[in-house]
Design a protein around this ligand. Structure first.
Ligand code: NAD
Length: 252
């Protein structure tokens, strides 16, 4: 269905959550995956784990070279690695902004620079970036994280324009609140995790959180030749959060 058979993909942040689900979805659909992460998943048929921190210039170059060697080329780059930050502009120190942008934005720049020469040689080249609902929608206490994900959206559009001449498609997904270990950590840090989870669910018009697999399938679609006419797009997978609000939470 997703037409991923034989595609050679590099996925960052593939050790957990959305990235891990994406690696598993790609392999299920016949792709060959280089799973990059500081703590990558274990090797299995179709998945080659490669230790990689996207803030490390030399480490990124080496990881991309290893991925290209392993599968004899690269067709798809999924720039998914990301970290969060809680706070207003007054709360986060500048060093925190640098740390978040180094992973969420500059990490994508490093990975894209390293992968583009390989993508130019692919018959079906594509880049998919993981942006966020906060690229579009102001949520409280997400100033630094939201600014970084807004930059991911703008980077997606700029790269789509720059790469169109090479037929390289560049798109992003904008997940809402997805039930990954990331959200688990946020909830664990709350005074009352069950109440915090109920508040998160209440702000979802669709009445529940998303799953990592639901984001993975969207990434797989954007990466696949089936989306051959899609570039410079942002696919919202957020239970309706960006488009409308249900006053007082879920109306049921
Ligand atoms: P997660 O914490 O489960 O997984 C993130 C992965 O990124 C981890 O495996 C981690 O090791 C890796 N990572 C962190 N820093 C890295 C670095 N410097 N280099 C390489 N890898 C690094 O989180 P997730 O929820 O799966 O988030 C994945 C992406 O989805 C992130 O970009 C995040 O901003 C985005 N996102 C998540 C949600 C959500 O609700 N979970 C919503 C919108 C967007």
């Amino acid at each position: 269905m997703l037409q991923l058979k034989g595609l050679r993909a590099v996925i960052t942040g593939a050790g957990s959550g959305i990235g891990l689900a994406t690696a598993e979805t790609f392999v299920r659909e016949g792709a060959l995956v280089a799973a990059l992460d500081p703590k990558p998943p274990t090797a299995r048929p179709g998945i080659v784990p490669i230790v990689c921190d996207v803030t490390d210039d030399a480490g990124v170059e080496a990881a991309v070279a290893a991925a290209a060697r392993e599968w004899d080329g690269i067709d798809v780059l999924v720039n998914n690695a990301g970290i969060g930050a809680d706070g207003t502009v007054e709360d986060n120190e500048i060093d925190e902004w640098r740390r978040v942008f180094d992973v969420n934005v500059f990490g994508m720049v490093r990975m894209s620079k390293a992968c583009l020469p390989h993508l130019r040689r692919s018959p079906h080249p594509a880049v998919v970036n993981t942006a966020s609902i906060v690229s579009w929608t102001g949520l409280p206490r997400r100033a630094c994280y939201g600014a970084s994900k807004g930059a991911v959206y703008a980077l997606t559009l700029a790269m789509a324009a720059d790469c169109a001449g090479d037929r390289i498609r560049v798109n992003c997904v904008c997940p809402g609140t997805v039930d990954t270990p990331w959200v688990g950590r946020l909830l664990d840090a709350a005074d009352d995790p069950a109440a915090a989870r109920a508040r998160l669910v209440a702000r979802q018009p669709i009445g529940r959180l998303g799953t990592a697999e639901e984001i993975a399938v969207a990434i797989a679609y954007l990466a696949s030749p089936a989306a051959g006419y899609v570039t410079g797009s942002a696919l919202q997978i957020d239970g309706g959060t960006h488009g409308f609000q249900v006053p007082g939470g879920v109306a049921r």
